[in-house]
Design a protein. Structure first.
Length: 307
């Protein structure tokens, strides 16, 4: 692979990871200052981003796959399950955790998903629990404890609903990652994720239709934040990550992708001025260390593509 192509791939994955991390903080801004509801934001985000990803597929890749996935009954059924219990579930739980807490904690809890996958595959006897796995799980547990307690067992430093939704986000991301593997071997990732977002958004529309909102009361600043979350923090972030795989190895993309939680933490602390204790910083370092360790692991079996 020539040097300019690798440089382009690195730039794309760095931008994508940072956009993912920042988008969670921007979503918190929408919840906190503009009274945007989680249901409405998730519905709108999924529908618009899903449509844009399918549009990219139509103009840049094999457009026949967009309808082809529905001609295979087995694949279509798996896609619907993936959309509802993977894409929709992970997006909703992640945003709910942000609403009750902050983007930093929500993102870090979501990144416990790889550890959950290790434990799941070990229990299913599909993999051997190695010394590196032990270090990975230990870093995750210590990091999670310090992040949520700030070193004090007397009380939690994060609201309980934020913790519950954050852990559920990790569980659903683990399912999202494992369940998607067979589908992604058959079809382009833009097709699978694009349709999954569309289906998830359509399903949630029955609970909170995207057109039911007080649009007149939303100031221009809120609209700009909304566009950032949907277009830059969802559609472009995912597209850039996928494009980076054309010139980088999955290991390299996953490694640089660990910038996402770091971006979420920094923007939460520096932009939203959320308090972050000394031991929470140590916990954050442990979890990011876990992510780097997983990214450096030889021949990773699964990847996941952020929030």
């Amino acid at each position: 692979m020539d040097r300019p192509a690798r440089r382009r791939g690195l730039v794309l994955v760095i931008i994508g990871a940072i956009l993912w991390g920042i988008s969670g903080t921007v979503a918190k801004k929408l919840f906190q200052y503009y009274a945007i509801e989680v249901d409405w934001l998730v519905t709108t985000r999924l529908l618009v981003a899903g449509f844009l990803l399918l549009t990219v597929q139509f103009f840049t890749k094999d457009r026949s796959q967009i309808t082809g996935v529905w001609k295979n009954k087995r694949a279509a059924a798996k896609l619907v399950i993936f959309a509802l219990f993977g894409t929709l579930a992970v997006q909703y739980t992640y945003m709910a955790s942000i609403q009750h807490g902050n983007a930093a904690v929500a993102t870090l809890l979501q990144y416990l998903a790889p550890v959950m996958i290790i434990v799941y595959l070990t229990l299913r006897k599909q993999t051997v629990f190695t010394r590196q796995d032990l270090i990975t799980v230990s870093l995750a547990l210590v990091g999670c404890f310090l992040l949520l307690t700030n070193g004090s067992v007397a009380q939690l430093s994060v609201p309980t609903p934020a913790i519950v939704w954050g852990i559920l986000s990790g569980v659903t991301l683990a399912f999202y990652t494992v369940y998607a593997v067979p589908l992604l071997k058959q079809y382009d990732s833009l097709v699978i994720v694009g349709w999954a977002m569309m289906i998830g958004g359509a399903a949630l529309s029955f609970i909170h239709p995207p057109w039911r909102a007080d649009f007149a009361a939303m100031p221009l600043e809120a609209w700009l934040y909304l566009v950032f979350v949907i277009v830059f923090g969802t559609m472009l972030a995912f597209w850039f990550y996928i494009e980076s795989l054309q010139s980088l190895s999955p290991k390299e993309s996953s490694l640089v992708g660990s910038l996402e939680p770091l971006a979420a933490v920094l923007t939460t602390v520096l932009w939203l001025k959320e308090p972050f204790g000394f031991f929470q910083w140590i916990g954050t370092t442990c979890i990011i260390g876990m992510i780097l360790l997983l990214a450096l692991k030889k021949a990773p079996s699964n990847q996941f593509t952020g929030s």
